[in-house]
Design a protein around this ligand. Structure first.
Ligand SMILES: Nc1ncnc2c1ncn2[C@@H]1O[C@H](COP(=O)(O)OP(=O)(O)OP(=O)(O)O)[C@@H](O)[C@H]1O
Ligand SMILES: [Mg+2]
Length: 259
């Protein structure tokens, strides 16, 4: 397989009460170019840690993370990251927050304006373009963070529970809009979620992780066609896959207790 992102036997430990806690105990996973992969698993199984290593924000203790065959050595404009906790600059407006990454990438002013407006439009925040984050709801802040990642137009989107704080309707709208963007622009997406329905609806493959230590428990293929529709969401095959994912997340054997 021609891998876009490759995790090779990734081990990550953190110091804990004078000892070492193994957050990831050897994770190997290959994600093909233009693939949409979702990751589910119990809280604390290392999903965010795994994603942050692809983002170049943390390094593995051993093993490696490759993007396009090159070891990740730090963040880069080829990878857009949307964090579990929205990270906006409080002193900048919605527009300025979205524009920020484009400025860093030295995108010329007119192009910057165009892409910023388009991304803000896409997440439905046009009316709030000049608002400061403190005046927005949680869901609106998260939509602003999503717009900021979209505006940079990265080849790889690394998304950590990006829709977790949103109401059900906005969530479904942004899922469909993300799928449209993905199918038009052919990006590679690694998407973490707690929501099993969301994991199945979006993905070509669902990675189920287990804890103690964090590892890949199962990889489940979602053999449903794109574009995904309401009809697919309600189909027996969708329900079957959803139940399979659900069972492997919630009926995992209890992890061995940390000493
Ligand atoms: N910087 C850190 N220092 C110490 N321990 C950490 C650090 N980051 C993560 N951990 C530990 O590593 C484990 C995995 O954390 P991680 O945030 O990756 O889990 P997660 O699967 O994303 O969980 P959730 O679903 O709750 O977001 C947890 O036990 C956490 O306490
Ligand atoms: Mg997390």
């Amino acid at each position: 397989m021609n891998s876009k992102i490759s995790f090779r036997d990734v081990v990550k430990t953190f110091p804990l009460k004078g000892e070492s806690f193994t957050a990831l105990g050897g994770v190997s996973l290959d994600i093909a170019d233009q693939e949409f992969v979702t990751v589910v698993g119990p809280s604390g199984c290392g999903k965010s840690t795994l994603l942050s290593m692809a983002a170049g924000l943390q390094e593995p203790d051993s093993g490696g993370v490759l993007v396009d065959g090159t070891p990740v050595s730090g963040p880069g404009p080829d990878r857009g990251v949307i964090f579990q906790q929205y990270a906006l600059f409080p002193w900048l407006t919605v527009r300025q927050n979205v524009e920020f990454g484009l400025k860093l990438a030295s995108v010329p002013t007119a192009e910057r304006r165009r892409r910023t407006t388009q991304a803000i439009d896409l997440v439905g925040l046009s009316e709030f373009a000049d608002a400061l984050p403190k005046t927005l709801s949680g869901g609106m802040k998260q939509r602003c963070a999503i717009a900021r990642a979209y505006a940079v137009d990265p080849q790889v989107l690394l998304m950590d529970e990006p829709f977790g704080a949103l109401d059900a309707l906005t969530r479904v709208q942004l899922q469909d809009q993300l799928l449209r963007t993905w199918s038009q622009e052919k990006r590679t997406v690694l998407f973490i979620t707690h929501d099993v329905d969301e994991a199945v609806y979006l993905a070509g493959r669902v990675v189920v992780m287990a804890a103690g230590p964090g590892r890949v428990h199962r990889v489940i293929d979602v053999a449903l066609p794109y574009p995904r529709t309401e009809e697919i969401r309600l189909s027996p095959e969708f329900r079957r896959i959803r139940n399979e994912v659900w069972t492997s997340v919630y009926h995992q054997e209890a992890p061995p207790r940390a000493a």
